[in-house]
Design a protein around this ligand. Structure first.
Ligand SMILES: [Zn+2]
Length: 481
């Protein structure tokens, strides 16, 4: 371990020489300077992943790109962890606490857009970065590289780890990493998400479980021999009907949504296969598990009544977030010290064109320059960061990578994420993550406070039961059924 430098190093001629490896600059200058100096690199990496827009568990090039960058930055990288070819764990530093950053990179299917401020689809492209995960992964890389060099230069004990987490969108990649025990020795997880606002997040999310329900029947001519047939589509329709009746009798904050992914090909052939794909969400994972039993009972009942059979495959499952107040408050303080985002003249023009296309925007143009108060409200979405947060003290922050008022999963999010507006949000997130991690490395007592807050929030006797159950990662879930 190197001793911490205490003052400027004088050169032979008496002039002050700042040696990069042991310069007596504060953590703040070192980390922020490191990230600022690599703006172009971060832009290039993020925009490559934006362009690739690879779907869940198929993010081979995006993952390889982040791994290569982490390797160059001095990290030891292990890939293909927890049965997921595109997952990885990268680590640098030695001894001390382990602070982890998460890196997402998957895109969403069915939505594409150029980096233009008007609706402009890209025909033939499979998906787009409508949730900004290209920025997510790259900001974590940027923060981690800065922290690695700072830990080394100052001889601070501690390890910085980056988890490459595939398939956040409906694949629950992080739940498999958690289930495999890969977070067991982590002291704190600092996460973030692209957004339209700068602030730390103390709000929770909805626990979420999904499944594909496969109904099987008997095919026959729909007009000459209907009595010999049992329609799998009838099974799906009966199931959907029961589920829609059930809504009235579910706890108030439950969310149920479904699509029919198979329902036959021709009206004159009674379908022997039909499938419905369901998401069920609730703020509390334990309540969700109880609701789920009723969902399975409805599927069985629908099959019994239509003379079909049913089985189902759990596709993903994510806990609600358990945000850590100690970490979130450090994030908020660091965001406030950094300040918001300033648009260039060209970015202002771009934002001015996007803004009128937004439906009832919650934030006004110009709000990107400010840091909003810490958010304590629960969102309507779900994330597999939830599973991490019930196992390790975890908090998230948001930065305005999108024009204020832009919702996630929109063409406007893809568009702004493909410009320097997105990259500026990435840079702000990277700095806030790096400064917060440095706070915890420099003041290990903060980690104890975070742990105490975690224990209190989680409650005594909590046992983590993954909502994914014992299934293996659904590596082909983004391929057509
Ligand atoms: Zn997302």
């Amino acid at each position: 371990m190197n001793p911490r430098p205490t003052g400027p190093i004088l050169g032979a001629c008496g002039a002050v020489v700042l040696l990069l490896a042991s310069a007596p600059v504060g953590a703040r200058e070192a980390l922020v300077g490191h990230i600022d100096a690599r703006f172009d690199l971060h832009r290039d990496v993020a925009l490559q992943i934006w362009e690739l827009a690879e779907l869940g568990y198929q993010e081979f090039e995006s993952s390889a790109l982040l791994q290569a960058q982490l390797g160059t930055a001095g990290f030891a990288v292990e890939n293909g962890v927890a049965g997921m070819p595109t997952a990885f764990v990268a680590e640098a530093g030695s001894g001390g606490p382990v602070i982890a950053l998460l890196a997402e990179f998957d895109a969403l299917p069915g939505i594409t857009q150029t980096a233009a401020p008007v609706r402009e689809e890209i025909p033939g492209k499979a998906g787009g970065q409508a949730c900004g995960h290209h920025l997510f992964g790259t900001a974590s890389l940027a923060a981690a590289a800065a922290l690695r060099d700072w830990l080394q230069a100052t001889g601070t004990p501690g390890r910085i780890r980056v988890y490459g987490t595939p398939a956040e969108e409906g694949g629950s990649g992080k739940a498999y990493l958690v289930r495999a025990g890969l977070f067991d020795d982590v002291d704190a997880v600092l996460s973030w998400h692209p957004g339209d606002v700068n602030r730390a997040e103390l709000g929770s999310s909805l626990a979420n479980r999904s499944a594909r329900f496969n109904f099987s029947g008997v095919s026959a001519h729909a007009s000459t021999a209907p009595e010999k047939a049992r329609s799998a589509l009838d099974g799906v329709e009966a199931f959907n009907f029961m589920m829609n009746l059930m809504r009235e009798h579910l706890p108030q904050e439950t969310r149920v949504h479904y699509v029919i992914t198979a329902g036959g090909e021709a009206p004159n052939v009674v379908p022997d296969h039909a499938q419905a794909y369901y998401y069920v969400r609730h703020p509390d994972a334990q309540v969700l598990l109880q609701i789920w039993q009723r969902v399975e009972a409805a599927a069985r009942g629908a099959a019994a009544g239509t003379g079909t059979t049913v089985d189902w495959e759990i596709m993903h499952g994510s806990y609600n977030l358990l945000p850590n107040s100690v970490i979130a408050e450090r994030m908020q303080a660091n965001l406030e010290s950094l300040g918001g985002i300033r648009y260039s003249a060209a970015e202002e023009v771009f934002a001015g064109q996007i803004f009128p296309t937004l439906d009832t925007p919650e934030f006004a143009l110009g709000s990107e320059t400010a840091i909003q108060p810490i958010n304590r409200e629960r969102g309507g979405g779900s994330t597999d960061v939830g599973d991490v947060s019930w196992n390790v003290p975890t908090a998230e922050l948001s930065t305005a990578t999108w024009v204020p008022g832009t919702p996630a999963h929109s063409w406007q999010a893809i568009a702004a994420g493909g410009t320097t507006i997105g990259i500026k949000g990435l840079q702000l997130a990277a700095k806030a993550l790096a400064l917060t991690a440095a706070d915890f490395f420099e003041q290990p007592e903060l980690l104890q406070e975070a742990r105490a807050a975690f224990d209190a929030a989680r409650g005594a006797g909590f046992e983590y039961t993954p909502l994914i159950g014992d299934r293996e990662p659904p590596l082909d879930y983004r391929r057509a059924p």
